[in-house]
Write a protein that binds this ligand. Structure first.
Ligand SMILES: Cc1ncc(COP(=O)(O)O)c(C=O)c1O
Length: 377
């Protein structure tokens, strides 16, 4: 039987978009390569991002402890994405040297802002060129931030998928390479390196939690999800280590772009028609092809939230001293949706949560990262 079909879904009349898979904590996979962390450690701007405990959220969510992993300043940029871009570009250039192509290269990508800016920054640092395709709806400030990294920017009068298509076409030119943070059949190696790059975030988290006395890992991690590459990295981390007490993993998407929730519900990867959302980095209609087996196997649950919920979560985090944009704060909005309200007890039980549980939410961008565009990834 297709394991994806064991998902239990709420009936369509329910208001909370929610999908749960009971067997996920027993699913296992191979770990990310250990050298990623030391690579990041060698970068000039590298520093561990903060892990902040927020007792008032633990009270509100009726759990023992809540920690926020704050990605508002990562490798000089206001989102976690440079972890993936820097490692993938390092690997790409190393392969080119190994195959006798050491010359300059143009790194091509499509983006709603964060990933493209990270590719452009990395290209500039390494003396390479970058060409970034942005779909319609990307805020002019996000475009300006990419231009400021000396990248060539092409604005596409269409949605994110169209920008990806044009970027892939452009990357067919000699001495050009597509560095995209989503995979599809036939284009999987570089997105795989991007996922590996995100593993540093999880490695830091282990050390930081251990320093807080949480040595067995958290009971629940809440992850904002667009195409699922970050979630793939988180699943890889928590499902590849021997643990008596496996962590539950929750994905959070915008209601208007819940391609992972929809795919889990159907048991196969599907594309959804996306609409507008302030959670621009999560506005993706298709799960990454390499993420899908991990999402299907290792995610405990998926939930979708409205723009107003992530905006409220961002405001609350700001009041608590954590800068968080709409995508980053989606993780808190998703936790609130899952752990409180009607039928919360059922969902808490499904996630294995109790009053002393330790919960981590990944705040994947700072407020400065997102000038409230409505485009794709
Ligand atoms: C700030 C932020 N958070 C989360 C994500 C989601 O990552 P993924 O598309 O890998 O699921 C993105 C993607 O661009 C993002 O920019």
């Amino acid at each position: 039987m297709d394991p994806g079909r064991v998902f239990e879904n709420d009936p369509p009349s329910r208001t909370l978009p929610w999908s749960v898979r009971p067997g996920a904590r027993a699913w296992r996979c191979a770990p990310a390569p250990a050298e990623v962390r030391s690579f990041h450690f060698s970068l000039p701007d590298y520093a561990t991002t903060p892990l902040t405990e927020i007792p008032s959220l633990a009270v509100e969510l009726e759990v023992g402890r809540v920690f926020v992993k704050d990605e508002s300043a990562r490798l000089g940029l206001p989102a976690f994405k440079a972890l993936g871009a820097s490692w993938a570009i390092h690997r790409t250039l190393a392969e080119r040297v190994a195959s006798g192509e050491p010359g300059p290269v143009t790194l091509v990508t499509a983006t709603d802002g964060n990933h493209g800016r990270a590719v452009a920054r990395t290209a500039r640092r390494l003396g390479q060129h970058a060409h970034v395709f942005v779909p319609q709806g990307v805020h002019p400030q996000a475009v300006a931030a990419i231009v400021a990294e000396q990248a060539k920017v092409t604005e596409v009068p269409g949605p994110y998928d169209e920008a990806v298509r044009l970027a892939a076409e452009e990357a067919a030119a000699p001495d050009a390479v597509l560095v995209q943070d989503t995979a599809w059949p036939g284009y999987e190696q570089i997105p795989g390196w991007i996922v590996e790059g995100y593993s540093t975030l999880c490695a830091e988290l282990d050390e930081q939690l251990a320093a807080e006395g949480v040595t067995e890992g958290p009971d629940l991690v809440s992850v904002p999800v667009g195409v699922g590459s970050l979630a793939q990295a988180v699943i890889t981390h928590y499902r590849s280590r021997p643990s008596e007490r496996a962590s539950a993993l929750l994905s959070v998407e915008p209601e208007s772009a819940a391609c992972v929730l929809e795919s889990l519900a159907l048991g196969e990867p599907v594309s959804v028609t996306t609409g507008d959302t302030t959670m621009a980095g999560l506005n993706c209609g298709t799960p990454s092809s390499i993420a899908w087996p991990y999402l299907r196997g290792g995610l405990d649950a998926a939930v979708a939230v409205a723009d107003a919920d992530s905006a409220r979560a961002a405001g609350d985090l700001a009041a608590l001293g954590v800068s968080s944009g709409p995508c980053g704060a989606a993780s808190l909005a998703g936790l609130r949706a899952a752990l409180t309200g009607a039928d919360a007890e059922e969902r808490r039980t499904a996630l294995g949560l109790g009053p002393s549980s330790v919960v981590v939410l990944l705040s994947t961008e700072g407020d400065a990262a997102n000038p409230h565009s409505t485009a794709g990834h």
